[in-house]
Ligand binder design. Structure first.
Ligand SMILES: NC(=O)c1ccc[n+]([C@@H]2O[C@H](COP(=O)([O-])OP(=O)(O)OC[C@H]3O[C@@H](n4cnc5c(N)ncnc54)[C@H](OP(=O)(O)O)[C@@H]3O)[C@@H](O)[C@H]2O)c1
Length: 252
């Protein structure tokens, strides 16, 4: 492997796959994780042949603590890790909090929160020692809002954002940067998996959503903000306005 290694969870499709494409074009060797084996292996082969880089695929179910720990061990042993992107995540079709099966929430806590904590903790000692590294934790615009029927999704995303902002304080003075990426509605497989039409959703809830973004726009913004050292990245002007209005309403 060459010197630049990026580790991306949930790179089978959507935002994670776009991060992988952009980093591959910058000649990073990649370690990518996912569950849809055939799809991610085909994607990895395409990345290798187009970019002449090394791509390792790890099949991991992050709702399974053993799989998280397997990734922890892998990350701990990559002594030239430059970028970690905790991106894997999922949504559930909305149901009332008290009517949903508790295992769904346990899985969400593991995938969104526990995996992010453990993988970040595994990566930081190496990055701090090397005095170089970036960690992007994929949160959501929904981390700023309460949302009926999505209480645990928004709460776990809020966890990711605040966790990331807090460790950023501890990393001041080191060469390590962290970011909580908070995209608004983005084209990916996330909504389709739960039978939601993204375009229709955007039309129905215009007060909250702007037009869905393409993941390339989201990823480009993320890197732009990372270069500036900004911790919270909300792609899209309209998304920023909506968050500001919400906080003004909440406080006054
Ligand atoms: N799309 C949006 O509108 C939007 C907005 C804000 C934030 N986000 C966040 O962006 C991140 C990426 O999502 P996306 O929109 O790009 O969706 P996506 O296309 O469905 O990609 C999600 C990725 O996460 C992996 N993943 C999901 N559940 C997993 C689990 N239990 N264990 C291991 N891997 C798992 C998937 O793996 P397999 O496909 O191989 O199963 C896939 O690679 C998520 O954290 C999501 O919450 C999305």
């Amino acid at each position: 492997m060459n010197n630049k290694i990026a580790f991306i969870t949930g790179a089978t499709s959507g935002i994670g796959a776009t991060f992988a494409k952009v980093l591959a074009s910058q000649k990073y060797d990649l370690v990518i994780t996912g569950r849809r084996e055939e799809k991610i292996q085909a994607f990895a082969a395409e990345l290798r042949s187009k970019n002449n880089i090394k791509v390792e695929v790890i099949i991991a179910e992050l709702a399974n603590v053993k799989d998280i720990d397997m990734l922890v061990e892998k990350i701990t042993n990559i002594k030239n890790l430059e970028i970690l992107i905790n991106n894997a995540g999922f949504a559930k079709k909305g149901s009332r909090f008290y009517e949903e099966n508790i295992t769904v929430y346990e899985d969400m806590l593991k995938v969104h929160a526990l995996a992010t904590i453990k993988l970040t903790q595994a990566a930081l000692p190496t990055m701090v020692t090397n005095n170089i590294g970036s960690i992007i934790n994929v949160s959501s615009i929904m981390s700023f809002f309460p949302c009926a029927r999505q209480s645990i999704y928004v709460a776990t995303k809020a966890f990711i954002s605040l966790f990331t902002e807090s460790i950023a304080l501890e990393l001041k003075g080191t060469g390590v940067r962290v970011q909580a990426l908070c995209p608004g509605l983005t084209f990916s497989d996330l909504h389709e998996r739960i039978g939601v039409d993204v375009e229709k959703l955007a039309k129905k809830r215009v007060w909250l959503w702007q037009s869905p973004m393409h993941s390339k726009v989201v990823v480009d913004k993320s890197f732009k903000y990372l270069a500036k050292g900004k911790i919270i990245c909300v792609p899209g002007f309209f998304n920023k306005v909506i968050i500001t209005l919400h906080y003004l309403r909440r406080l006054f």
